[in-house]
Design a protein around this ligand. Structure first.
Ligand SMILES: NC(=O)c1ccc[n+]([C@@H]2O[C@H](COP(=O)([O-])OP(=O)(O)OC[C@H]3O[C@@H](n4cnc5c(N)ncnc54)[C@H](OP(=O)(O)O)[C@@H]3O)[C@@H](O)[C@H]2O)c1
Length: 333
């Protein structure tokens, strides 16, 4: 079977190679999944660069999520339950960018048949992060305002739709005019175009003078992320969940003292480790429900067969692509 492997950390286009590997066999409590498709997410690229929170040692196969069919069980009730089913393939250590993958049976999540393959491919990483940050960590109440950066990302769009569905308002920061135009169809409550040298809190005051901001989420860091702190009103909370700029946050401690502001991190992999099976089951059901209602859905920009992985990687790293890039392991339909 074919797999995308990296032998050392580095730029994905330089270190990824397509290889033939022996098909894996599942042990007790495991299943073997024939992969159908897997998205290229920012976290996959970070893993290959050696910059992800948990370091998988090369040689390794990337790919944290995807969709596939369970073809073999190594034994156990959970494996028997999912045998033959189409599942969301959750792989917290990476490993989905190959035609066959072995995972613990509890990480093969059966999904309703009516959800399209392309959506099931991105069933977990972004939908779960958006839902958990908003409803379980921040618990944003109806009528409140939430500011988010990288608002035109797949995850950012989910948060805008969640805002409409749950009754909170979103202030959406983007870095390109085209991204602002692209968001229009989602009817965002406010969009701020921010570039280096701009003053975010001034932009916020100019555009929404009446808003007392108490909630924010940031995936960018650097100058932009640092400016969010001073936008927060009394008791305001900022959750950081991404490092897209690759730059650290820098601000005076005074910014936290004033208004009793708080800043905290969120990482889905860690949050998931601390959940019991019932909490995860509830989350999977919620995601499927919101996906069916068109809230936690992912636009797909392009799909590539495995042998064209170089083009796929390049496209995934291109600004303004407007949707996810998927790797396909069977024929591209
Ligand atoms: N903590 C967690 O557990 C967790 C879980 C899931 C996702 N995430 C993070 O969530 C973020 C979004 O993921 P995604 O899959 O939704 O992303 P995506 O759809 O691939 O979109 C990437 C977005 O990042 C923006 N971007 C890239 N570099 C930037 C920079 N230097 N400054 C500002 N914006 C920049 C792009 O803007 P342009 O369109 O202008 O290029 C685009 O909006 C990522 O950082 C990802 O790692 C974290």
């Amino acid at each position: 079977m074919r797999a995308l492997v990296f032998d050392r950390f580095g730029e994905p286009s330089e270190v990824l190679q397509l290889r033939e590997l022996p098909p894996p066999r599942p042990g007790p409590g495991q299943v073997r999944v024939r992969m159908i498709a897997s998205p290229i997410n920012p976290s996959d690229l970070l893993l290959i660069r050696g910059a992800y929170g948990q370091r998988t040692q090369p040689p390794a196969v990337p790919g944290f999520e995807g969709v596939g069919v369970v073809e073999e069980s190594g034994g156990g009730f959970l494996g028997w339950r999912v045998l033959g089913k189409r599942v969301a393939v959750l792989n917290s250590h990476g490993g989905n960018w190959q035609e066959q993958v072995v995972i613990p049976a509890r990480q093969a999540v059966p999904v309703p048949d009516d959800l399209p393959e392309e959506q099931v491919a991105s069933f977990f990483v972004n939908p779960a992060t958006a839902l958990v940050m908003i409803t379980r960590v921040l618990q944003v109440p109806r009528g409140e305002w939430l500011l988010q950066t990288a608002a035109n990302s797949a995850l950012g769009k989910m948060i805008i739709r969640l805002g409409h569905a749950l009754g909170f308002h979103t202030i959406n920061v983007v870095r390109r005019p085209e991204a602002r135009d692209e968001l229009r169809s989602l009817r965002p409550d406010a969009v701020i175009l921010w570039k280096e040298g701009d003053d975010l809190s001034q932009q916020l005051r100019d555009q929404l003078p009446q808003v007392n901001l108490r909630y924010a989420v940031d995936a960018v860091g650097g100058l932009l992320g640092s400016q969010i702190i001073s936008c927060l009103g009394f008791g305001g909370r900022l959750v950081v969940y991404g490092t897209l700029s690759g730059q650290p946050l820098q601000f005076s401690p005074r910014e936290l003292m004033v208004n009793s502001r708080r800043i905290e991190g969120f990482w889905l992999a860690e949050w998931t480790r601390n959940q019991g099976p019932l909490s995860m089951l509830r989350l999977f059901r919620q995601i499927a429900r919101w996906m069916r209602r068109g809230v936690l859905v992912t636009e797909v920009a392009a799909q590539y067969p495995l042998e064209r992985f170089q083009e796929a990687i390049q496209r995934a790293q291109t600004s303004g692509r407007s949707g996810k890039v998927l790797l396909r392991f069977g024929p591209v339909t």
